[in-house]
Every structure is written in C-alpha cells, then in structure tokens.
Design a protein around this ligand. Structure first.
Ligand code: DGL
Length: 270
C-alpha cells in the first residue's frame, strides 16, 4: 500500500488526486487529527510526531510514504530521510510535497516573482525559498504565514465573511511585499478548500493560484515510473484505508468535506 500522511485532513486533497490519477494502487491514509494542527508547533515536535506516523505506516505495510503536509515536509522530511530511514529500513522511502512544487514553479510565473502562503512552521523553515532558489536562482520568493487558515478549515468555516477577512488580510500582506507577484502557491494542503475565498481576495489582480494536488500526483506517477523496484512493491486493488488518531466519527464527518464522499475510518494510536 502507498502511505499518505497529514497532520489532519488537508492531505485528503492530495490523496483525492492520487486516487483520481493513479486509481490502480491501494492507499493508506493516516491523519494525526488528535494532535493537529502542526503549523505552530516546534521543529522537534513536528519531527517526532511525523516520525511516529511514518513508522506506523511502514509497520502497517507501506514501503512508500508521502508526507501530504507542507509543515511535515518542511520540518521533518530531511531528517527522516537522512537520519531515520537508513536505520528503520533503507529500502523504504518517504517523499514530501515541497520539492515537487518547487520543481515546476517556473512554468507558472512570467514575472519570476512567486508568493508562498503556508503555516507559520512552513514559512519559518524557509523551505520553499531554499528549494526554489536552488533550482531557479532568478526567481524571487515572497512569503506570508497564515496562522488562522488551517484551523478555520478544520472547523468547517470554509465559506463565510470571517474566513474571507483573514484570507484577504494574508493575501494583501503578501502582495504588499511585491506588486510583481503573479503566482501564489497555496503551500498548505488545507488551503485548496478556500480557493473561492482566495479568488475573491485576488479579484481585480492578475494573480493565479497554484494548488499542489495535481503537481504532487504527477510527480508521484513520474517517481513510480522511474523506480520500478518500488512500484512493484505497491499493492494494486484500488482500495483506501483511512486511519485517524482521533475519533473515527469526527474524522468521517469532516473528511466528507475534503473528499466529497463518505468514508469509514478506523482509529490508530501512535
Ligand atoms: N496541512 C498542513 C500543511 O500542508 C498544515 C496543517 C497544520 O497546521 O497541521 O502544512
């Protein structure tokens, strides 16, 4: 099975695209809902929590785990890849979602001025700046943390004036850093649910928004094509198992908002 991890529900936006573009595989989704959000937590905490989740997904039969969470990708991925993976199982793999987004960002911008919106943790880590400037030194990257947004999405406050207020405030703060920004990355897997609100905030500008789901799914397809030794270890049956660290009833209700259909999750302790 292919493991997909997020602090909460946001990773379901990525999983949904995997299921659509790569329907042949079996997926195991794990949401650490009991301890979400991760966005304002320290490096040490996000790393420790993410490592626990990755170990559990390995134990449950996933040789490949995607961290479908920018915060975990920013704060835990590198250490897990470099330090933990060789000790746990050198044949397993953990991939994140920041690098694949950085790889294609040049195709979205004409002004070479890119904005990033994300959690406080993702922004503080500077991961997007580092990854993009390594690949495309001529692109300038501007960032804005959006500490309220993941929590508003998790609370189901997707379409109301209060949410619009915060979306506009963060968007305006970002644009105030450079009027030449023509592309804004929704660098948190929760934010695609707020896309209508972002469009309202950007009304009258020519800014476009980059959502990660399709980018990450295409990058995964490419990775599996280049790594037949991993691809052959993934079971194929089109099934998905959903695990949550919180109550399954609560997970199933909110997951429907993200997936557009009802699922039945099971509880797992980390
Ligand atoms: N969905 C996570 C991300 O992509 C963040 C949500 C959280 O703060 O836990 O960054």
């Amino acid at each position: 099975m292919l493991g997909v991890f997020d602090s909460g529900f946001g990773g379901l936006t990525i999983l949904r695209k995997f299921q659509e573009l790569l329907p042949q595989y079996d997926y195991m989704f794990l949401g650490d809902n009991a301890r979400a959000p991760y966005g304002s937590r320290s490096f040490e905490t996000v790393y420790a929590y993410t490592l626990q989740a990755v170990r559990r997904l390995f134990d449950l039969g996933c040789p490949l785990v995607i961290l479908a969470c920018n915060t975990a990708s920013a704060k835990a991925l590198r250490t897990i890849q470099q330090h933990d993976l060789p000790l746990i199982n050198p044949d397993n793999r953990v991939l994140g979602i920041i690098r694949p987004t950085a790889e294609v960002i040049n195709t979205f911008t004409r002004t070479n001025h890119v904005g990033i919106l994300g959690t406080q943790g993702t922004i503080n880590s500077q991961s997007y700046i580092l990854e993009i400037q390594k690949l495309y030194p001529s692109i300038s990257v501007f960032q804005q943390p959006c500490p309220m947004l993941a929590a508003l999405v998790e609370a189901g406050e997707i379409s109301n004036p209060g949410t619009d207020y915060f979306v506009k405030k963060y968007f305006d703060n970002l644009m105030a850093q450079s009027p030449d920004i023509d592309v804004v990355v929704l660098g948190c897997t929760h934010y695609p649910l707020l896309i209508d609100s972002f469009h309202r905030a950007a009304d009258g500008t020519s800014v476009s928004f980059v959502q990660q789901d399709e980018i990450v799914a295409r990058s995964l397809a490419d990775y599996l094509a280049r790594h037949p030794e991993m691809e052959s270890r993934l079971s194929k049956g089109g099934r998905t198992i959903y695990y949550t660290t919180d109550t399954p009833e609560g997970f199933d209700k909110t997951a429907e908002v993200f997936l557009g259909r009802r699922v039945k999750s099971e509880r797992v302790e980390l």
